[in-house]
Ligand binder design. Structure first.
Ligand code: G3P
Length: 218
């Protein structure tokens, strides 16, 4: 399973890249706004800065909700760097835009996905990635991981090549369960990635190793 970090914060992206396990980045309009990035020029240069930090794909989301606007924005974004993946919301105009991008060799990430039906539509349009939002499904006491399992089964049966990019990750357990459920990618807050490292028995064991070593060296 690939690890993407879900942020527009350059320091967090750098820290994730330095770990040596990062495969890409996803952003969205809320994450960009959180970094205070606005205006076409600063948006484009910020995405370029992200591309220069990492080796893998970088999802950059369009703001337009009409086909012509999505295509105009997406072609602009795609010119930034070969790593750019144009992120498009799961709406009718978005499916038309994904088909256009697919036919023109531009990578896409279909986002705001909450059902298997939507996942089938995105695969039919040729989306490179599909972003089902696990955390937001859980937030309304439905089972987000069941959605990943259902989509994974359908994609395997139908031979769809769209990569399942588990998104809206809330904690390290979501990452583990997404791997079990068959996600191809998991895009996570840095805190959830780092949280995978934590276990009290590791800390206790290392402390004892070091204490025993110190005792034997005296
Ligand atoms: O960026 C897409 C998705 O990961 C956002 O999830 O629910 O944390 O805003 P959320």
């Amino acid at each position: 399973m690939k690890f993407f970090v879900d942020t527009a914060n350059l320091k967090q992206i750098e820290e994730a890249q330095d770990l040596g396990i990062l495969d890409g980045v996803t952003t969205n309009p809320s994450l960009m706004a959180k970094e205070g990035i606005s205006g076409v020029d600063s948006v484009l240069s910020h995405y370029k800065a992200i591309c220069d930090l990492v080796d893998g794909d970088v999802s950059a989301e369009v703001i337009s909700t009409d086909f012509e606007g999505m295509v105009r924005e997406g072609e602009n974004l795609a010119q930034i760097d070969d790593k750019i993946v144009v992120k498009v919301p799961m709406i009718k105009e978005g499916i038309k835009a994904i088909r256009y991008f697919t036919d023109n060799g531009i990578k896409t990430n279909c986002t705001l996905v909450f059902s298997a039906g939507q996942a089938i539509m995105a695969a039919k349009a040729g989306a490179t990635y599909l972003s089902p939002f696990i955390g937001r499904v859980d937030d309304i006491s439905w089972d987000g991981m069941e959605l990943i399992e259902q989509i994974s089964n359908i994609y395997a049966i139908q031979g769809f090549s769209t990569q399942i990019l588990a998104a809206s990750i809330r904690n390290p357990l979501h990452i583990v369960k997404a791997a079990e459920a068959g996600a191809d990618v998991c895009t996570c807050p840095l805190s959830s990635i780092l949280g995978l490292l934590n276990h009290p028995l590791t800390d206790i064991g290392l402390a004892k190793f070091l204490a025993d070593h110190k005792k034997s060296s005296n």
